[in-house]
Ligand binder design. Structure first.
Ligand code: RIB
Length: 296
């Protein structure tokens, strides 16, 4: 089986559900409060493990009770955690999330995720280079992301970079990653407003994948065709983690040898299933569940 690594964030999500998301300066009554596993890195690792991949998570937690719980959760989901470190005197990454009216807002406090630096990467280098694919996001320091991309590209290890939360990606890094998966908003930050989505996709065939929320996901195939896989119509419970599910599922299917179209159809179906349940990781489907939807 192909080995996939995630180097990224491990968060506890402090998720409040309310009738709607509050406006600036407004106080609302919430319906519920949950402390649940999250973090774009950990979410993508769990999405892949649930789909049956061999996954290892690399990153750091704080020396608090939540750090232990988040690692226990990853292990329980079948993610290897041998190289996750604990930072003394630091708290585990935390996301404050509001879920209401089929949408959400998220504020992330990096905590220990902010300490994932070159030293940490040097310490796990051999384990990383033994992977068949490495999946990254923007919830660890961006210079660390660039350092990993350079290292992997020197050694020919394919990299998926999900540039979320939005931040610029230097042109050199865009060139070196195998796949770049921004949403439309993140794409504008990286490439500017000058080019249309289609123009951008054509510039990076089978590399750039732009997610468009309820409209689906698009890429440009090697023959120049623009492929858009429309989102499936589902009842939305919680969209948190849908992008992570899409990224994880895409990485798993590409690593397994699917072509772009097949991998994106699969990833799109997986993401649609994830939003039917509460929590970033709560609705992530198994391979059987995705197959069932695809066969319908
Ligand atoms: O992508 C969803 C994730 O973003 C949440 O789990 C939260 O931790 C934030 O990092």
């Amino acid at each position: 089986m192909m080995k996939i690594a995630v180097v990224g964030s491990i968060n506890v999500d402090m998720t409040v559900t309310a009738e709607r998301i509050p406006k600036k300066g407004e106080t609302l009554r919430g319906d519920s409060l949950h402390y649940i596993p999250g973090g774009k890195g950990a979410n993508q690792a769990v999405a892949m493990a649930k789909l049956g991949a061999e996954v290892e998570m690399f990153g750091l937690v704080g020396d608090d009770a939540m750090g232990v719980k988040m690692i226990d959760n990853l292990k329980a989901q079948g993610v290897k955690c041998d190289h996750i470190g604990t930072v003394k005197g630091e708290s585990t990454g935390t996301a404050v999330i509001t879920v209401g009216e089929s949408d959400n807002t998220i504020i992330v406090v990096a905590g220990a995720n902010g300490k994932v630096d070159k030293n940490y990467i040097d310490g796990v280098k051999d384990a990383l280079l033994a992977q068949d694919m490495v999946v990254l996001q923007h919830e660890i320091p961006l210079e660390t992301v660039a350092y990993i991309v350079n290292l992997m590209s020197e050694h020919g290890v394919p990299v998926v970079l999900n540039p979320a939360p939005a931040a610029n990606v230097p042109a050199e890094i865009v060139e070196k990653v195998t796949y770049l998966t921004p949403n439309e908003h993140e794409a504008v930050l990286i490439f500017g407003e000058g080019a249309s989505t289609e123009e951008l996709l054509r510039k990076y065939p089978e590399k750039l994948i732009i997610t468009q929320g309820s409209r689906g996901v698009s890429t440009c195939l090697a023959d120049g065709t623009i492929l858009t896989v429309p989102a499936r119509k589902v009842e939305v419970v919680d969209t948190t983690g849908a992008g992570d599910t899409l990224n994880g599922a895409f990485a798993v299917r590409r690593a397994a040898g699917d072509d772009m179209e097949k991998a994106l159809i699969y990833a799109n179906a997986a993401a649609s299933l994830s939003i039917g349940k509460f929590g970033a990781q709560g609705g992530m489907p198994t391979a059987e569940e995705v197959e069932e939807v695809l066969n319908k």
